[in-house]
Design a protein around this ligand. Structure first.
Ligand code: BTN
Length: 252
């Protein structure tokens, strides 16, 4: 551990900050708002149990939430967080961040970051939530595994500039605070118009894999719960789990 400062624990290297956060919770050492950050992860975890390459230079953090907030608010949480983070990063770095459903962060048509949520509940309330955020910041794309290089980018790769991880972390924490404040007040802004502005694939043809099912259609927007609305040949479908793939081709 190099720099324990208040609620933020910074590790030089660890397997995964998600796992460290889980250990803190299990051992009763966690507090609401605690942040675990690693300079490098050896076994970073991505969505759908994929691995997440996490070299030096990236922002790898897990934030622990332990407030007694009604679970219903967390339905669209990851989508709301993706939108809030992309907005605040755009403001801070002056770069055109986008989102891809449910919560991928995109820059110049390539994935630059992602969000992972581990949640446990008690009755109708949240018990523990670990919000994992990974952002490819100050390293070259060539550092990532070859298969990832095809679909990903880094902020350094796109701009040739390095940015302060601390500042980026702090604006992300501020965005999270703002979203939690909305929950506290019970006032959730309508994300439908924001989604249209920020989605990487709004009004494009997308494909969604859901186990054995493949759904293809036009992305039409998002519900307040964070479900994706897809217009297929036979009608409108609401997608709540899975992952989308943009289908490129001629429209005419
Ligand atoms: C995704 O697959 O898009 C989500 C990636 C989330 C990666 C972050 S990095 C910090 C935290 N620790 C992990 O092991 N994973 C998350």
């Amino acid at each position: 551990m190099t720099k324990p400062s208040g609620n933020i624990i910074v590790l030089d290297e660890t397997e995964s900050t998600q796992l460290v956060a889980k250990e803190y919770i299990q051992e009763g050492k966690s507090r609401h708002g605690m942040v675990i950050q690693a300079m490098k992860q050896k076994e970073g975890i991505g969505r759908l149990n994929r691995s997440w390459a996490s070299p030096f230079g990236g922002l790898w953090i897990s934030i622990i939430l332990q407030k007694k907030i009604p679970l219903k608010y967390f339905q669209g949480f990851s989508v709301r967080m993706g939108l809030a983070i992309s907005e605040s990063l755009e403001e801070l770095l002056k770069l055109p961040f986008k989102v891809k459903w449910p919560n991928d962060l995109f820059l110049n048509n390539k994935k630059v970051g992602g969000i992972l949520i581990d949640l446990t509940s008690q009755d109708i309330f949240l018990k523990n939530l670990i919000l994992g955020i990974g952002l490819n910041v100050n390293f070259e794309l060539a550092v990532l595994p070859e298969e990832v290089q095809q679909i990903a980018t880094t902020i350094y790769q796109e701009t040739g500039k390095e940015f302060s991880l601390e500042k980026i972390r702090d604006v992300i924490l501020t965005s999270l605070n703002a979203v939690l404040l909305q929950f506290k007040k019970g006032l959730l802004p309508n994300i439908t118009p924001i989604w249209k502005e920020r989605s990487q694939s709004f009004e494009s043809t997308v494909r969604v894999r859901m186990k054995d099912l493949l759904i293809e259609g036009i992305e039409k927007g998002i519900t307040s719960n964070g479900d994706l609305i897809i217009q297929t040949a036979i009608g409108e479908e609401l997608i709540s789990v899975g992952e989308i793939e943009q289908v490129f081709g001629l429209d005419v």
